[in-house]
Design a protein around this ligand. Structure first.
Ligand code: ASP
Ligand code: MG
Length: 450
């Protein structure tokens, strides 16, 4: 079997869902499990409903719910216009979910309090609605489709908005539900993103979490591959919004994909790699608007080529130098610097240490950073460089890529820190933010178009 995950833009309207149906039709002999996201922008709308409810803005909640209802009803009517019986049932199912949400949001409005648990319940609605419509649409096309509730399968901790699955329990659930409820159907369909805690309350896997759901299902079912369908021709050599001349990466390793995500590339949800790598399941990234394109394949290192794969960047970072007047030694420096970072939950993108200094790269606007720096200033000299960006060349065996450093210095004017990652999967450079665009295009051109 295979897993096919379709993101929000791939299911955004009637035309997009039509494409999904024809893509899936071609794969039916491979017994796909289809995993879908909410329609594009719906999760954001649900977040705003949750916020408005907390702020007791009843009118805003009402208006947003009306537009949520309208969008889903219109879509169901368009897709099911030739199947009046299915349409009636589908509208009934949608209405009971939306009415449930209305009551729940009304309750939040009344008390003016929103817990992560309540928020997860509200924002999970998007996938439950989209998957309902799409399952009916398959049935209307004569493809018998079983709709399964992902919350009965993926069991997580109770970190409601960024829940982490218990993979052992989840695998058993998935196998049990599949074993009992999928026989005789052409196709099985479920939701990305949504899950539940062990007490049955709804949780979500974090934004963009549907990729992760797909990989979890792939692992639990021993899929032959996991296909992630988006609206670009595979994983690109850099962010296509930043540069026109990007290239498709044909093949890359799990480790390279994870490194790209860590260095700021928006490829796959970073946790997606783990379950796939554990069972050695290839992940393909494909374009639902151009299904003929071979996309990108993520697989084991031995099966993928060496060399640079992409230039990733983090646009907004701060670069920090912590210098001690005493020789603390590397152990002492790291211990003293990381204690306040850890206790203030500050994520560090990159760190480098000497006997008396530590250099750090940290995402800008990190809560807790000021508190951590204040703690360090009690014993060290701390210099903060703002308005910086980090640019990273990612790929196996790229170290010493000839001429790279020179070109980066030339294009950026100044490199604040250059660093090779410990696993040698990336070379990273912190530069002034106003030189990011020109440096990115120079480096990308130098690596990929020479
Ligand atoms: N619908 C969720 C989001 O927008 C999950 C996903 O699409 O991956 O983040
Ligand atoms: Mg997505």
């Amino acid at each position: 079997m295979i897993v096919m995950k379709f993101g929000g833009t791939s299911v955004q309207d009637e035309e997009a869902i039509g494409r999904v149906i024809s893509i899936v039709k071609n794969r039916l002999p491979e017994k796909p499990l289809v995993v879908v996201s909410a329609l594009s922008k719906v999760t954001k709308l649900l977040c705003s409903i949750a916020e408005a409810a907390e702020a007791q803005q009843e009118d805003v909640v009402k208006e947003s719910l009306a537009s949520l209802r309208q969008r889903h009803f219109d879509l169901a009517k368009a897709l099911l216009k030739d199947s009046p019986l299915l349409l009636e049932k589908c509208l009934g199912d949608l209405e009971s979910r939306i009415a449930g949400l209305e009551t729940f949001a009304g309750g939040v409005c009344q008390i003016g309090e929103l817990s992560p648990r309540s928020e997860a319940r509200i924002i999970s609605t998007g996938e439950l609605l989209s998957s309902t419509i799409i399952a009916y649409a398959f049935n209307a096309q004569g493809i018998s489709c079983q709709w399964l509730d992902a919350r009965r399968m993926i069991t997580t901790d109770n970190n409601y908005l960024n829940a982490r699955p218990d993979l052992v329990v989840t695998e058993a659930n998935v196998k049990r539900v599949f074993g009992m409820e999928t026989k005789g159907f052409d196709l099985v369909l479920t939701q990305g993103f949504v899950a539940s805690a062990s007490d049955g309350s709804t949780t979500v896997l974090g934004f963009e979490g549907s990729d992760y759901s797909a990989a979890i299902f792939g692992m639990a079912l021993g899929a032959k591959r996991v296909e992630i369908w988006t609206d670009v021709d595979g994983i690109r050599s850099t962010d296509p919004r930043a540069l026109d001349s990007t290239r498709r990466i044909e093949c890359l390793s799990y480790e390279e994909a994870a490194e790209m995500a860590a260095m700021g590339a928006r490829v796959l949800h970073p946790l997606t790699i783990e379950p796939a790598r554990n069972r050695n399941i290839p992940i393909m990234v494909l374009n639902s608007k151009n299904p003929a394109c071979a996309g990108s394949t993520v697989l084991r290192g031995e099966e993928s080529p060496d060399g640079p794969k992409s230039v990733a960047c983090r646009e907004n970072v701060v670069f920090i130098k912590v210098h001690s007047p005493k020789m603390e030694g590397i152990t002492g420096m790291l211990a003293r610097v990381f204690a306040p970072l850890y206790s203030n939950l500050v994520p560090v993108t990159l760190a480098k240490a000497t006997e008396s200094s530590v250099y750090l790269v940290i995402p800008e606007d990190t809560d807790g950073l000021e508190a951590a720096l204040a703690a360090m200033e009690k014993w060290a000299e701390v210099t903060v460089y703002r308005d910086k960006s980090m640019i990273s060349v990612v790929g196996r065996n790229i170290v010493g890529l000839e001429g790279l450093g020179d070109r980066i210095i030339e294009a950026s004017g100044k490199v604040y820190i250059a660093n090779v990652s410990a696993d040698m999967l990336s070379e990273n450079f912190v530069i002034d933010r106003d030189r990011l665009a020109v440096t990115l295009s120079t480096i990308h051109d130098y690596i990929f178009n020479r």
